[in-house]
Structures are given as structure tokens and as C-alpha cells.
Ligand binder design. Sequence first.
Ligand code: ARG
Length: 578
Amino acid sequence: MPSLTSLLSARFAAALTHAFGEDFARRDPVIRSSQFADFQANVALPLAKELKSKPRDIAAKIVDNLDLTDMCEPPEISGPGFINLKFTPGFLARTLEAGDATAPPEDAGSQTVAIDYSAPNVAKEMHVGHLRTTVVGDALARTHEFLGNTVIRQNHIGDWGTPFGMLIEHLLDVGVDSAAAAEVSENPNAFYQAARAKFDSDEAFATRARARVVSLQGGDEQTLELWTTLVGYSRAYFNRIYSLLDVTLRDADLAGESTYNDVLAEVCDELEAKGLARISDGALCVFPEGFTGREGEPLPLIIRKSDGGYGYATTDLAAIRNRALGLGVDRALYVVGTPQAMHFEMVFTVAREAGWLPEGVSAEHVKIGNVLGSDGKILRTRSGAPLRLAELLEEAVARAKTTLAESSADFSAEEAEEVARIVGIGAVKYADLSVAHDTSYTFDLDRMLAPFGNTAPYLQYAGARIRSIGRKAEAEGVSAAELATATISLDQPAERELALSILGFADVLAEVAAGSQPHRLCTYLFDLAQAFTSFYEQCPVLIADTQLRNSRLRLSAIVLEVLETGLGVLGIRVPERM
Ligand code: ARG
């Protein structure tokens, strides 16, 4: 999978060495796609000061030393000193013919990346916010894996804390093996609400619940067993949603809050020993550099409450220490809602101050924006209750089924079910992924399922259409072997545009990974599908002469490959037919 910008960068490095010496070889030019050419390199301008010379003159000298004869038309200098680059059709065709448009890159990634995502809470319903962190996190995990990085998924579920006292007591009241208990894996909220209601109204129950928290924290065996049962029920619920969503999280990826119980005291001791933590109002606190309140007073991160209990911050400090020092990651990504931005900034700062985040290791909060209802408020049911995610997903599948029934009638019942699932779930996931992760969007099934616009069904339909072209060609006797070796010609502008679009795949994947931005891949795939549509409108395929027909069929097949691979990296499938 060639990256066009790295191919160009390498040539620029050689030219810079030639023109100005070794020292300049690694001044990476900024190479961007441009409306004036295929790409524009900004390399002369940043050197002007150092070389004490006019950018246009520097650009001219670079161009003199730039050997791109096998790749580009003669480069042109534009504006104050940009270098415009345009690939020759021959180069584009040869690169496509090499046949690795979707093969993972040769210089496979060498990073270890921990990705904290999904992270729902035990005995609670997953809400649309969790849907989004799950879908975005999973796309990032797949992207890094595709690029050859080692991914460590960390599902930091909320499986510890004071609510477990009342949850366990309620579990005992309804009976550990009862249907009411098993409801946690079906409709967790009902169980939680029932426990909550009792806690608020029944003093004896509340007392039992508080005592239960103490036993739980004290490591009482019977209590831990009950806790394990409860977590098990929830796990079944999470797994049902994950499988419905076609998400790659497995039990082995669970690293819930309870994982860190044994090291919380140590974390606090270490911070105290390093002089970073001190008692304030009875609680052990860290005051990280640079965090102040309204009146300029230093803001505390509470790591041990005055009653001796630990909270969310302590767990996250233990987690980051483990990720950086224990798991040895290069990057730790946290795909979590925007409202937790301050929490993570403080945790990251404390971790740096404590020496738990060595230089070269990054901790990044991938902020997730809200999912809104049509009223512009956070999505809820009409009655105001949090939405049941499973129901929402089932509705998407049901709607997809209705739409599909209208368009093509000849599906078997089984195929209709399968395609509706791929399209319905794909639509919801894609809607989540196609907007920048830190902005909010309105949950609107009609728009998500629309067969036009930047939606999953549009892309899936483009894929299915290429498949059908392939089937027609096959029926007309065109063999796969013949296509695999067909010479590609790019004489028509639409063909050239399409080729260029295909070859942008590697660069966009690198960008998605570097900036944690799956929406860039969506935009890319949408552009690719549109480039294909223009190509298909302007360039007859099946009725063209044999050589041209084969060239165009091969080009179409590569588009399908990129679409499928790209959507696959996002966790979305393309049905055989639509
Ligand atoms: N369980 C939390 C929630 O539902 C999210 C946890 C995110 N991850 C973390 N390391 N704090 O809001």
C-alpha cells in the first residue's frame, strides 16, 4: 500500500540533500492535496530564513534537484514558493497495477497503543454516549491493527464503588438465581432502579447496603462472590450489545475499575512519597501544576477521601501507571465523553509529575461529543428515561428491513434479515463515525439510513453496485484472471481522478491513526464513492472495447476492494447485494 506523500517526501529529501547538504534531508515538506495540482509541497518557505534567500529561489533550486521523472509532470512553482505536483497517468496506472492498493503497509507500524473505550457501568444500561465511545474506539483499534501497530484494548468498565452495596443487597432480596436477577443481562436499568428505589425509601435496606459496601471493600469472600455474579450478568449484557454492533471487544479486554483495587494504596503512598500529595480537608489530594479554580486557588485531585475510600481519579492514576510502565505503551488513548476532559487533563498531569508517563509516551483524551435528540437535547426516550441501546439498534435494523423490502423484492427471508442487519447497524455506526468525534450530532434514523449523502447505505450501495457489475462481466465471460492482469489506462479525466482517489487510501489511514479521527476515513470513502459514480457515468464499462473494458473493470474492482477494506477498518460490512 503505497503512501503517495511518503513517496514524494523521499524524493524531496534527496533533492534537499543535493541542493543544500545532508542537514536538510530530514526537513519534511508539508505535502497537501491541492486544488491547483494533485499535491502542493510547502518546503521552500520554511527554509527562507535559514538560507537567507527568497522562497521562490529556494523552490527553484529544489525543483532543479528534484528527480520525479518517473512519477510526475514537471513540477511548477506557484505563489510565494509552493511546489505544485501532478502525477503522470502512467505512474498512477503502474502503481495500481502493482496490485497492493489495500495491502497493509510494508513498513508496518511499530507502536503499542492502549485504547480505553466503551467502558459502560455494571448493572446499568449502556446509553448512546457509550455507543459512541464503543464505535469510535473500535474503529481506532481496527485502524491501528490494520497499520501493524499492537493494540491493547482496555474496557475500563465501572464495576466498583458504593452503589454495589445496594445492588448486592437487592440481588439477595430477589434471589441470586432468580429471573429478576437475570434481568440484569436483559434490562439492567430496571434492576438498578428497583435497588435505588428501595435504598431511598427503606432505611433498613439502606443500612444493609452500607454494611455491604464495607464487606465488599474488606474483601469478604461471600460478598465478592455475589459481586462476581452481578458483574457476570452485566458482562452477558455488554457482550450481547457488542455482538449486535459487531465490535471487537472480548472478555479478555475487560480491565474494569476493580482491576486496580490492590494497587490504589500504593499509588497514594507513592504520590505522597514524591511530595505530590498532601492532606487537605481530611482528604489526600494532589494539586497538579496549572489547575486553578475561579479565585485562582489550586484545584485538588482527590485520591483518598477522608473516610479512606478511593475514587475514580485514583483508579485512573493506577490505570495510566500500568499502561505506561506495566504494559509499556507508546500511546494511551482514552475514548471518553468530553465532560471528562478536565478529569483526564488532571490525571495526565499528575502522571507526568509522578514520572509514570515517560517522555515519548503520550496520553490522549479522544473527546466524544453528545448524541442529541431531534429537540437538540441529549437523546432520551419520550418519558425522559435513558434510551435502551439494544432497542435503538433493533429499530435501526427493522427500518433498514422495510427500506430494503421496498427496493429489491427478491431476497430470501434469511438474506433479507442478514442484509438489514449489515445496513441498519452499519448506518448507526457510520453516522457516529462520520462526524468529528468531539462534536455533537443529532440521532436521526431516517438520515442515517438514507441511500444518498455521506451515509453507510450510500457506500454499501456503491459497493453492491460494483459487485453487480462484476457479476455481469463474469456472465459475459470475462475471467477473474484476465482482469487481475489487465493493463490500466487512465486517459479520461474521470479515470485519472478515480485512480488518484484510490491511491489516497494509505495517507488517510495514517492520518486517522495519528489524529484519532475516523471521520477522515469516512470523508475519504465518500469522495471515493463519488469519484466512482462520476467515472461510471462518464466511462462506459461493459460496452467498451475489450482492453478498455478490462481496464475499467479492474479499476472498479480496486474501488470495491478499497471500499470494503476502508469500511472494514471502520467496523462496517458491505452486503453481497442490496
Ligand atoms: N465508566 C465511565 C462512564 O461511564 C467511563 C470510563 C472511561 N475510562 C476511564 N479510564 N475513566 O462514564
